[in-house]
Design a protein around this ligand. Structure first.
Ligand code: SAM
Length: 282
């Protein structure tokens, strides 16, 4: 068993290092011994594979990844955790910890420097305050990674993994599906963390697509998706018109050219519908 998921060990290490949790950095550390081995296994970490981990905390997941992968690069913002990680990862020579904000890093450059010749995957228990920006950065930067396995809040996981065109879908569902095939892996209860958050979590895996499933201008597509879901309960002609700053006549003309019914709602549209609107946007 990974001793870092034992609550007594976690408390002992943290108190010895005089560490106190930062709520604003989303610090909820895993104390359920079954989660990290399962997550690491399902992430694709293995021989010939390099892993990027975001927010290693005290290294509980990092340990499991180091056992499986050729190399692990863990990006941790809180420099108070660096001496902790030095201790908890001491037995592995295939791990590098980088003290940085993942949102500020050039991950393409990092991959070129650190993982030459390797297949690369991402595996992380994400800080919840930046779940969507991190996922979208990982996808929008078109990183040469094959899969992204992340733990996020259960509601966010359900939203991302909902089929496009259903009530449960949202802007993030459509956006993620442009880049990847999302899949729900397993749920994790709030009691699996210290301190326990208010909500449950889930682990999802995004298998990155070699090419987007629709051919269109990505920048226009994302403007359309954002506009359409900005007022998700309204019919598409109202939300798109308001979101893109078009008058009624122009909006109806645009939707007609795209072949999308003016009275449809954003959550009912397919990725092809959004792409058709983007294609007809001047
Ligand atoms: N992986 C550990 C675990 O599962 O117990 C910790 C996960 S905790 C939910 C999130 C971690 O992300 C914390 O260690 C926190 O300090 C770190 N973090 C927060 N914001 C970050 C950022 N912008 N860039 C990199 N790491 C960040």
């Amino acid at each position: 068993m990974n001793r870092l998921s034992d609550i007594g060990t976690v408390k002992e290490i943290l108190s010895r290092h005089g560490f106190s949790f930062s709520k604003s950095l989303g610090q909820n550390f895993l104390i359920n011994p079954t989660v990290c081995p399962r997550m690491a296994e399902m992430s694709g970490a293995g021989e010939g594979v390099g892993v990027i981990e975001i927010g290693p905390g005290i290294g509980v997941l990092t340990n499991e990844l180091c056992k499986l992968a050729d190399k692990v690069v863990a990006i941790e913002l809180d420099k108070r955790l660096l001496p902790v990680l030095e201790e908890t990862l001491a037995e592995y020579d295939n791990c590098t910890v980088i003290n940085a904000d993942v949102l500020e890093l050039d991950l393409n450059a990092l991959i070129a420097e650190q993982f030459e010749g390797m297949e690369v995957v991402v595996c992380a228990n994400l800080p919840y305050y930046i779940t969507s920006p991190v996922i979208m950065k990982l996808l929008e930067d078109r990183l040469p990674v094959t899969a992204i396995t992340v733990m996020v809040q259960k509601e966010a996981a359900q939203r991302i993994c909902a089929p496009v065109g259903t009530r449960e879908s949202g802007a993030v569902t459509v956006s993620v599906n442009y880049y990847a095939k999302p899949k729900m892996l397993f749920g994790v209860s709030a009691g699996s963390f210290m301190p326990a958050p208010k909500v449950d979590s889930a682990v999802i895996r995004l298998d990155v697509l070699p090419e987007p499933p629709v051919k269109t201008d990505g920048e226009k597509l994302f403007r359309v998706i954002k506009a359409a879901f900005s007022q998700r309960r309204k019919v598409i002609s109202n939300s798109i018109g308001a979101g893109l700053g078009l008058d009624k006549a122009k909006t109806l003309e645009l939707l007609e050219r795209a072949g999308v019914p003016a009275n449809a709602r954003a959550e009912k549209l397919s990725l092809n519908d959004f792409a058709a609107i983007a294609d007809n946007l001047e």
